[in-house]
Structure formats: C-alpha cells, structure tokens
Design a protein around this ligand. Structure first.
Ligand code: ASP
Length: 301
C-alpha cells in the first residue's frame, strides 16, 4: 500500500523576536523543501529527516551546527539524535565539538556501530575513524552568539529557564512519514547558552528529545532540556497516540504533562502512524513548517 507522505520540521520553541521571524520561516521552509524532495522521490523517512536537519544545521538562524550557543567555556558543544520507527534503531551523539553536521554522526552511530549514544572525545574519535571532516570552532561561531556569551557571562542572576521566555532561537528537528508508511525523527542542537561544559540536554536522549515507533508515532521535543528529560517528552507524546490517535491532542497532552509535573517549557512536533501531523508548545512561539501530500503546506511561528 502506498501512503501519502508527511513531514514536519521545527526551529525551536522560544520567544522568537519579531525581527527574527522571517529568518525562522525561511529556514523552516528550506528544510521542508529539502526533506520533501527525498519523500517525493520515494525516499525513506530516515533520509528525509537527515536532509532537513542538515539544511538547518547550516543555517545560522538556529541553535544547531553553525550559529549554536556557546557554553560557559566559550566552546560550541553539540548534541544530536536520530531514530527509525520500523525497527526502533537509534543513534545519538552528545557534547561533540567542531562538527558542522552532528546529525550525520548520529546516523553513523546508528548504522555503523553497535551503540546508541557516543559522547565527547569517544564520539569525535569515532567520527575521525569514519572519515568525517572536522571544522574549526570559529566556523560554527557567529558574532551574535559571541556577544550573547559576553553579556551573559557577567550576569550572576542568569538562569537557563529564562532563555525559553526571553531568548530568540532554538534547536532544530524533523519528523517524517514516507510512502511505505514508515516514520523517522531527527534532532540537532547547540543546547542552551552558558551551559556547563559536558552538559547534555534532552535532544540526544532517546525518548526525551527524539522517539519514533511505527506502532504509535514519531515525536521530537524542543525547549528547556532539563525539564523535558524528566518527563521523557517525546515518548510521552507517542504514548498518548496509543490512546486515541489524534496527533494534535497527543502533543497538547504531552505539553500539559511537561507544564504540570515539572513546570517545564517547550514544544513537541509529531506524526502518528497514519501520517497525521500535530504540534503544541507553551513557550511564546515555536517555529515550524509542515507538508502533507501535494496539497497541504503550512509555516507557523
Ligand atoms: N532542548 C534543547 C536543550 O535543552 C534546547 C532547545 O530545544 O532549544 O539542549
């Protein structure tokens, strides 16, 4: 049976500033275009989410790849993960440096190792052994983030929760449903500004940042990682799908759990096992774009 493909991407759930809205819309739309080219040609959900995330990692609008936040040591440390719903295979990397496309390394962990999650130096060693080229930290750095680092460094009262209410950019991710009826999800992030070196958020943690299961659905989280981790937000959203198969309702219920149980902030995007698309967030804004079949295309903030 041939299914109608679907694709949704997000560019973070934060208080996206008015002046950054157009860049977010353009970035999300470019990512959907890249992922859709794969799906429209009959490609897999896994290839589609990889293609979409690579485009967003290259776009300095987002906190992923180039344009990422700096940590407290003025380093860029990146997290990414990917999961396939047909066999629950997953790959992830955390706290990796000097990589333009951590999502490609996460995929290599999934397809070319017996592990699910590699971190730091070990992940970088694995990347070298597979011929992945490293860049310089400064290739990932944009002036805007250097200025943010300098401004936040001098503040004693800074708490990461405030970035989800006041700061303008976030993580990226894509969820896809292909014409064979298979799901996949992928996410990539620079984490949060001023994070401690070695801090790992929700994004590379399967079940928290990313989840895909052809028997329920595929979901991604974005927002305040320390809260998302504690409620396994992506898996929680997919569990709600098992109850009623309403993608928007499942996303809303997952965000209610995040808010009520841990006073969390963030957003969820997901696709159910029939290709239905849903999203919800409790931050001021979330950037997203979606496509379902040839007719439905939507960009939102
Ligand atoms: N969830 C990410 C983290 O805490 C940040 C984000 O989604 O923008 O690392």
């Amino acid at each position: 049976m041939i299914h109608t493909p679907a694709l949704i991407v997000h560019g973070g759930a934060w208080d996206i500033l008015d002046e950054a809205v157009e860049d977010h819309k353009r970035g999300c739309s470019n990512a959907v275009a890249a992922g859709w080219r794969v799906l429209a040609a009959g490609g897999s959900a896994l290839d589609a989410v990889t293609a979409a995330v690579v485009v967003m990692e290259d776009d300095p609008t987002f906190d992923a790849g180039r344009g990422s936040f700096l940590n407290a040591d003025a380093e860029v440390e990146l997290d990414a993960s990917i999961m396939r719903g047909s066999d629950l295979k997953a790959g992830a990397v955390a706290a990796v440096r000097r990589l333009r496309h951590p999502i490609q390394l996460a995929r290599l962990v999934m397809e070319g190792s017996e592990h699910v999650l590699l971190v730091g130096r070990g992940a970088e060693k694995f990347a070298s052994s597979r011929g992945i080229k490293f860049c310089r930290t400064r290739d990932l750095l944009v002036g805007r983030e250097l200025q943010r680092y300098q401004a936040l460094r001098s503040r004693k009262d800074f708490h990461v929760r405030e970035v989800f209410e006041k700061q303008p950019r976030g993580t990226v991710g894509a969820v896809a449903f292909d014409n064979s009826g298979s799901l996949a999800a992928a996410t990539s992030t620079g984490g949060t500004p001023q994070k401690m070196p070695g801090r790992v958020g929700d994004s590379p943690i399967i079940g928290a940042g990313t989840f895909a299961d052809n028997e329920s659905g595929a979901a991604l989280s974005t927002g305040w990682g320390e809260s998302i981790l504690r409620v396994l937000l992506a898996k929680t959203a997919c569990d709600f799908l098992k109850e009623h198969n309403d993608a928007n309702r499942a996303a809303k219920e997952a965000i209610q759990v995040l808010e009520k149980r841990v006073a969390g902030k963030g957003g969820v995007i997901l696709i159910d096992r029939f290709g239905g698309v849903g999203l919800a967030f409790n931050t001021p804004r979330m950037a997203y774009a979606l496509r379902q079949g040839e007719k439905i295309f939507k960009i939102g903030i």
